[in-house]
Design a protein around this ligand. Structure first.
Ligand SMILES: [Zn+2]
Length: 188
């Protein structure tokens, strides 16, 4: 829970009831409580780079926030440790008075970004993170990471994505990668 002392609870006293005034704040905070429960998460202690634009408007304070962080965890296919950059951006109006369209309120001259940032970051985390888009995963028999042991990749259990990569590598010298490009598109 955020308190008045949370670094993500920003003082906007200087902007209240001064429509047209604007201020930007850039700061880095340590994540207090892990964000995300999946294979990758922004762990407690990780740095959160926050860039917030605070604008005074008639109804309240309009906050535009950009957050950068790094999520850590493991690849969903081959289980090695990975770190993924996470970037989120959102805009929210903190009203002076709650109303139908106003979900957040200016409280004690502060706008609390904590839950907004947490929700946005958690939503941005991939459900199936991979160390690289074409990660071939693990060999079902040996449990070895196929990316490290391409000799274990046989047609029987090769992932189609891996097959595409092998083809690409084989034809690397011969020029255009039209084939690999088509495969990437199909994956989307
Ligand atoms: Zn992987």
């Amino acid at each position: 829970m955020a308190t008045k002392h949370s670094p993500l609870n920003l003082n906007v006293r200087d902007l209240i009831n001064r429509p047209g005034e604007m201020r930007e704040e850039q700061f880095t905070v340590d994540v207090a409580e892990q964000m995300g429960e999946g294979l990758v998460a922004v762990r407690s202690g990780a740095a959160l780079d926050v860039d917030a634009r605070l604008e005074s408007v008639h109804e309240g304070i309009l906050v535009t926030t950009e957050v950068d962080a790094v999520a850590e965890g493991e690849c969903g296919r081959c289980l090695i440790d990975i770190a993924l950059p996470v970037e989120v951006e959102f805009q929210e109006l903190f009203g002076y008075h709650s109303g139908e369209a106003i979900e957040y309120e200016v409280q004690d001259d502060h706008v609390d970004l904590e839950s907004l940032i947490r929700d946005a970051v958690v939503l941005a985390l991939p459900f199936q993170p991979v160390c690289r888009p074409d990660c071939p995963g693990l060999d079902p028999e040996t449990g070895l990471r196929l990316a490290d042991h391409p000799e274990l990749v046989t047609p029987e259990h090769s992932d189609p994505r891996w097959a595409a990569l092998t083809g690409f590598q084989a034809s690397e010298d011969s020029g255009p990668d039209a084939e690999s490009g088509a495969d990437q598109q199909r994956e989307r």
